[in-house]
Ligand binder design. Structure first.
Ligand SMILES: Cc1cc2nc3c(=O)[nH]c(=O)nc-3n(C[C@H](O)[C@H](O)[C@H](O)COP(=O)(O)OP(=O)(O)OC[C@H]3O[C@@H](n4cnc5c(N)ncnc54)[C@H](O)[C@@H]3O)c2cc1C
Length: 448
């Protein structure tokens, strides 16, 4: 599912492999997958339908929102109807996209980083382009960097393999569907004419936006409602899904009664800095670095331009460095730093970092055993420690799953025999120096 970056035009022959996320596969339990947006939505809808206590209201629009100390109420209306319906709940999560009604209604302002660029999104059908790109096998997306675009991308992505494509690129301010030749723009980016059929043309302003806070009272924001950015690097929905993973267990803990609302404060404290770092250290840095290179080096002024272009790839470490983590968060064991998208993938189990998949003694994956709540991983050698954790969990009313079959290889990779793992599979604490009760209290945002 990797991509490539070309200089000048897509078919210039000056290209390098780019954003090969297969490099980080050993650090995750699931293999990488790439799904077009419409299929992603289908998967999410099917999943929602399969959960008995979700009521799905498709075709409804949120038109009002109120909250008090005890609940939040959303007023919805079926499209084409005037009848209103109120839904009242303990909490409300607005996952309603970058123009979020919930965010606006809750009066949560956004911090904007404007780029003063108008972008066009073109969806088109072309088997001819698929044929032309067979010279670069195994790629799902293609970026074209041209000095005229000051570091902003001309980006081709496959929707369905072989036929359907999307393309986005900057266009002059004031461009409309009628006053711009989109076919010529595509031919120019590819570097030759090819047969295509335009399916859709749309526009957006390129900016990075982040809500000033991800929560207000009983209202939370997740996904593009909380943060939006240009689609550079495929961080969008992934960041949204991670928001939900972070918030989900915290809301569940409060509703089940084993954590107080204090735990919910950590959602904003952990997730907002991760997005800010994704935007500054990756997305906007890509644009700045590309602009810097393109404005300083050209095939005309550098005899060894081809080598320099390749070197950009050899030195690239953005895939390994993109390791969103909550190091320094108040609900994981103390460590320097603060939550960030910048880290480094490693099997070493560290507080605030995602747990890499290792094997249990029976060769099954740890991820086959991790619980939906807290999990204690050990090699079983210290039964007193396990008893302490069980007792502390019982005292605090916390659900705990003990997995005491870590293999020696797993202990070596994790560099510890004891790991307390949160429900979202991030590490709370490691080692036997922290007391079980203290580890749990900290993990649920409670004074100990
Ligand atoms: C060209 C392009 C390429 C992209 N490529 C990638 C990629 O490769 N990888 C990646 O991770 N991300 C990518 N993204 C970003 C990704 O599409 C978004 O981050 C993602 O869709 C955000 O999901 P969301 O659920 O938060 O918001 P949305 O997808 O915007 O969904 C919000 C939903 O809320 C509904 N809604 C809004 N207001 C109301 C209301 N008042 N009442 C009821 N419903 C409402 C909307 O109808 C919509 O269904 C790309 C985006 C673009 C434009």
């Amino acid at each position: 599912i990797g991509g490539m970056t070309s200089y000048g035009t897509l078919l210039s022959g000056l290209n390098y492999d780019w954003l090969n996320r297969a490099k980080v596969a050993p650090f995750y339990a699931q293999p990488n997958a790439r799904l077009p947006q419409y299929k992603t939505e289908q998967v999410l809808r099917d999943r929602a339908r399969s959960i008995a206590n979700i009521d799905l209201y498709l075709g409804y629009e949120a038109v009002d929102l109120t909250q008090d100390d005890r609940s939040a109420t959303l007023t919805i209306k079926e499209r084409g109807s005037l009848a209103l319906k109120n839904i009242t709940a303990d909490y409300l999560v607005g996952a309603d996209g970058s123009k979020s009604f919930v965010r606006t209604k809750a009066e949560i302002p956004e911090v904007l980083s404007e780029h003063n660029r108008m972008m066009a999104l073109v969806v088109f059908t072309s088997t001819h382009l698929h044929e032309l790109l067979k010279v670069y096998p195994g790629k799902a997306f293609y970026n074209v960097l041209h000095p005229d675009f000051q570091g902003y991308w001309q980006f081709f992505g496959r929707v369905d393999h072989g036929t359907n494509w999307f393309f986005h690129a900057p266009v002059p301010l004031g461009t409309t569907k009628e006053n711009h030749d989109f076919v010529a723009m595509l031919h120019s980016a590819v570097g030759q004419k090819f047969e295509l059929e335009l399916d859709y043309v749309g526009f957006w302003d390129l900016r990075v936006a982040v809500a000033k806070t991800y929560s207000k009272g009983r209202i939370f924001l997740a996904g593009d409602a909380a943060h939006s950015h240009p689609p550079y690097g495929g961080y969008g929905i992934n960041t949204g899904l991670e928001d939900v993973r972070n918030l989900g267990w915290k809301l569940s803990a409060c509703l089940k009664g084993w954590a107080s609302a204090l735990l919910l404060d950590s959602y904003d404290a952990e997730r907002r800095p991760v997005f800010q770092s994704t935007a500054a250290d990756f997305i906007e840095k890509f644009i700045a670095d590309d602009d810097d290179f393109l404005s300083n080096f050209t095939p005309e002024n550098c005899p060894d331009f081809r080598k320099m272009w390749q070197n950009r790839n050899e030195n690239a470490d953005e895939v390994m460095r993109f390791e969103p983590n909550y190091q320094g968060s108040s609900i994981v064991a103390p460590a320097s730093g603060r939550p960030s998208a910048k880290g480094f993938h490693s099997h070493h189990a560290k507080a605030g970092h995602h747990l890499s998949p290792q094997l249990c003694a029976d060769m099954s994956s740890i991820y086959d055993h991790l619980g939906r709540d807290f999990s204690l991983l050990t090699d079983g050698s210290d039964q007193d420690l396990i008893a302490n954790y069980r007792q502390a969990a019982t005292d605090l009313g916390l659900p705990l799953k003990v997995i005491d079959t870590l293999s020696p290889q797993a202990v070596a990779a994790y560099e510890t025999q004891v790991i307390l793992v949160r429900p979202d599979h991030f590490v709370t604490s490691t080692g036997n120096r922290i007391k079980a009760r203290d580890a749990f209290c900290r993990a649920i945002g409670q004074a100990h």
